[in-house]
Design a protein around this ligand. Structure first.
Ligand SMILES: [Zn+2]
Length: 289
């Protein structure tokens, strides 16, 4: 999962910036914290300087990947069109042997696996739960009702239907107050056994958390659980448990996150993520994979 690794890996590099942030603290007025490393940041900023730069770099990387994937898809479509032209040519000439060959090649092309390298959520603008948008709220209400309905027999269809609506919210209304819930709902769908795409689920949980770090959804904790149980990415899990233990609105979640973080640390994962308020902020996160 290189995409996930690069994303979360970058998050883990954050802590190196902590000390510099602390040294600068006396010169500026601090109003909030960076949601990724929880370091204090100046008024009007959303991320610390390091994370701002890393988020921008991630966007540029995603754009480059999208362009390369689009180029490959166009080349494939062009190749198929040219083979079909050749098929037509041999049909017209009555050349049975070559017609047979080109048809075999076309068939093999159709049967070959075509991967989706870049998912739609990788091209989203930055999400921010700021504005009340009635259309987004309505879509969210419908999608939540569809996703959480009781009948387990219809779960597959319901998840598909709900996912389309959540996706619409994120694409059409990226600044609406529905975005964190929509991204969280998609995370729940992707992490479910029916869909089984845990790496994408973690990405969606991350988007949900960043869109609204004060949300009542336990997006960081769910990201931790999926990294822990489904992906066996224990350093990443430790980071998200640390974040959940520090930021969750739920006392129980904070306790559970702290407990599991402690267990992982005993096994040597996420040693730098300390919950001790008196200890210095983590400055030696493991190197990104
Ligand atoms: Zn930061």
């Amino acid at each position: 999962m290189p995409a996930l690794r690069s994303v979360v890996g970058t998050w883990r590099k954050v802590f190196c910036a902590s000390v510099c942030g602390a040294l600068l603290a006396c010169a500026v007025s601090w109003a909030a914290v960076c949601p990724i490393c929880l370091q204090q940041i100046p008024d009007g900023e959303k991320y610390c300087a390091r994370h701002k730069a890393e988020m921008l770099a991630e966007t540029l990387t995603a754009q480059e990947e999208q362009k390369l994937a689009d180029d490959a898809m166009r080349a494939r479509a062009d190749y198929e069109a040219k083979l079909k032209a050749l098929e037509k040519y041999y049909e017209g000439r009555g050349n049975a042997e070559r017609l047979n060959q080109v048809r075999k090649e076309l068939k093999e092309g159709e049967e070959a696996r075509h991967f989706v390298y870049v998912h739609w959520e990788d091209g989203l603008p930055e999400l921010s739960a700021k504005a009340d948008v009635p259309e987004a709220f309505q879509l969210l209400k419908e999608a939540d009702a569809t996703r959480t309905a009781m009948n387990p027999l219809t779960r597959g269809d319901r998840y598909k239907e709900a996912a389309v609506k959540y996706q619409q919210i994120l694409i059409k209304y990226p600044n609406s107050t529905a975005v964190d819930s929509a991204a969280f709902g998609l995370g729940e769908i992707y992490s479910s056994g029916i869909v089984g795409e845990p790496a994408r689920a973690v990405k969606l949980y991350k988007l949900a958390y960043l869109a609204n770090p004060n949300s009542s959804h336990d997006a960081a904790y769910r990201a931790a659980q999926v990294c822990d149980s489904d992906l066996s990415e224990y350093d990443h899990a430790a980071y998200y448990y640390w974040l959940a233990a520090k930021t969750s609105k739920s006392f129980l979640t904070r306790k559970q996150a702290a407990f599991r973080l402690g267990q992982l640390q005993k096994k040597g994962f996420g040693a730098s993520y300390s919950l001790d308020e008196k200890s210095p902020e983590p400055a030696s996160a493991p190197a990104a994979k």
